[in-house]
Design a protein around this ligand. Sequence first.
Ligand SMILES: Cc1cc2nc3c(=O)[nH]c(=O)nc-3n(C[C@H](O)[C@H](O)[C@H](O)COP(=O)(O)O)c2cc1C
Length: 572
Amino acid sequence: MVATTETVERRLTIQTVEIAPNTTAIRSLDWDRDRFDIEFGLQNGTTYNSYLIKGEKTVLVDTSHTKFRDLYLQTLKGLVNPKEIDYIIVSHTEPDHSGLVGDVLEIAPRATVLASKVALQFLENLVHDPFSKRIVKSGDRIDIGGGHCIEFISAPNLHWPDTIFSFDHKTKILYTCDAFGMHYCSHDTFDVDLEAIEPDFRFYYDCLMGPNARSLINAMKKMAELGEIKIIANGHGPLLYHHLEFLRERYQAWSNVQAKAETIVGMFYVPNYGYADHVAHALTHGIQKTGVGVETLDISTADHQEIQELAGRAAGIIIGMPASANVAAQAGISSLLAVVKPKQFVGFFECFGGDDEPISPLRKRFVDLGIKEGFSAIKIKETPTTNTLTAWEERGSEFGQVLVRDRNLKQVKALDVNMERALGRISNGLYIITSEKNGTKSAMLASWVAQASLQPLGFTVAVAKDRAIEAFMQVGDSFVLNVLEEGNYKDLKKHFLKRLPPGVDRFSGIKTQVAQNGAPILTDSLAYIECEIVDRMECSDHWIVYCHAKEGRVAKNEGLTAVRHRKVGNYY
Ligand SMILES: Cc1cc2nc3c(=O)[nH]c(=O)nc-3n(C[C@H](O)[C@H](O)[C@H](O)COP(=O)(O)O)c2cc1C
């Protein structure tokens, strides 16, 4: 691992690193990528990773985002005479990896594009001039000399339908593109700092890979047959090397949980059409917080059996309205209508692709079959913002809660009464958590709060996974813990427990001041603590969020904290 060069230009930089013999990573570092896509929620930028392998023949694995056009092409020309590139492997056709394939083909006229059948069909629409191409599928190999023999593995739906992995038998490097990636931008080429990358690795999995857990399990079975894998050369973030086995096991464990989810939502839409991906990812994230699994299918390419098999297993069905002219997608919807059952719930969203099939007539057809609507249809009226994404995520959680309501009630009733009463004797105070992120505010009444460290002063809060405020409680976020006062908390408690429609100002009519970290301080609270989240631990249906106190004040020295005395332990 030698030769690192970096060229700085407006927070877009390129890093080239030799990661193995004859193998160079070309990492486009996008430091400022904002949170517009839900999967960029942790705001740590991202990278688009491309790789150059030089045997007797030269192979380029993926390219970069078009915003890196000049930097990337200039860097590539510095590493190789493009006329000598023999193959371009296109792992999948999402624009952030394949956006420059057309530009590279212009300067690499003798290159043959190697990709899955579906990817090549997509590419023909992207690259208008004819190009040399070859379909590859699981088990196919190319020998590029110098001992480098590259084997292909079909890995559909990870997270695009056309994905392939490539494995170099000489270097034992597996090129996985989106799978095993993360949106995390730093100078570290590899996963040296596990603590720093873990939250992003998990967040990315939840948003993009979890909905395809079954496909992931299949792909991981094929990976196991390859033998030793030394490096996972992903498409985003640091490459997996130091903690490869641990992170691979995490993927397996999370996917097993997802695949075993008792309750499933089938998400049927056409990816890359209008804002379809944004809505689908936000809804998925919200649904998964309730412990409900999500499986997605591209309704325009999946075959009818696949559509009907998923629809048959799903408790909930979500349809992203395709373009009315998309004949294949319309046929897919007809397949769905043929198998849905009255006990299922359905939800619809518009994609804003310009030519969306209208929602109302389709909704009527489902309702006429006795199917209930799980959330009011999402109709996009203008370009979505981060606030809209948060509202969609909440809509997803509401849908998930509807699907598991009866099951959860049954489980609570089945608990041992004596144990439940004993647990009820654990008492805590009463608090309101308030936060502000990207211009949006949120709040929650909480009692599962406990001091957890002395130096530095820190405490934990247990936050249910499907709480709206959970999106504001990621590592690095800050909030205010408002301590309620005994004898003077009922109005605040009532106000913050009221259910409000998404988008309504939670703080209207409440006296507040702005904390240094931007969150509202409730003027009528007994004390407040400003804090920053430094860690999270997953505990079944809750996250234990550990925070460091940064600032704090007591309003009334003689005041006492309101205490929550409970009778049973199966609620707060
Ligand atoms: C007394 C009391 C204490 C609560 N404490 C917590 C808590 O510590 N953690 C939590 O996740 N929810 C807690 N809740 C539940 C949330 O306050 C409440 O359900 C939430 O504000 C609704 O938000 P949602 O729309 O995100 O579900 C508590 C509720 C009550 C009534």
